[in-house]
Design a protein around this ligand. Structure first.
Ligand code: CDP
Length: 134
């Protein structure tokens, strides 16, 4: 039986805005927006995977803050989990180094202005719910 593989994604927040990243690949996902992240490697803690993926994909130095409750199915065997995250002091600004061709910091009223990946929509919605109730 195939084990599931966790994909971690970041709700990276700065000054009350959420970072959205537009995918440049693969072709079936290109042009859609996501919470940046990637697959957790065997033996890796999800928070460590998040920090690693954000460094690789965006060139930023971040820390995971807290898990957004929930888990969303992707194409098997992948499942999506989300952590809020923040830039550490002295981090570079995010840049689209791989997988993405555009980044946007979305203010609360702009969150639904971009075409998110279908599978990210419930995760983004839950993230906003959590932020709004804190
Ligand atoms: O960088 P890595 O190869 O580890 O992962 P990825 O290719 O960025 O993401 C792994 C899978 O999760 C892909 O199929 C992405 O489409 C999916 N994913 C997603 O659906 N939503 C996200 N926010 C991040 C990744």
């Amino acid at each position: 039986m195939t084990e599931r593989t966790v994909v971690v994604a970041a709700a990276l927040l700065d000054a009350g805005r959420l970072l959205a990243a537009r995918r440049s690949a693969p072709p079936e996902l290109a042009g859609r927006w996501e919470l940046p992240g990637g697959k957790v490697e065997p033996g890796e803690r999800p928070e460590a995977a998040l920090v690693r993926e954000l460094r690789e994909e965006l060139g930023v130095d971040t820390e995971a803050v807290e898990r957004v409750p929930g888990e969303w199915p992707l194409r098997a065997p992948y499942v999506l989990q989300v952590w809020t995250a923040r830039l550490r002091p002295g981090s570079a600004a995010p840049a689209p180094l791989q997988d993405h061709d555009e980044l946007r910091w979305l203010a609360p009223g702009e969150i639904w202005d971009v075409p998110w990946l279908d599978q990210d929509v419930p995760a983004v919605r839950e993230t906003l719910t959590r932020l709004g109730t804190r």
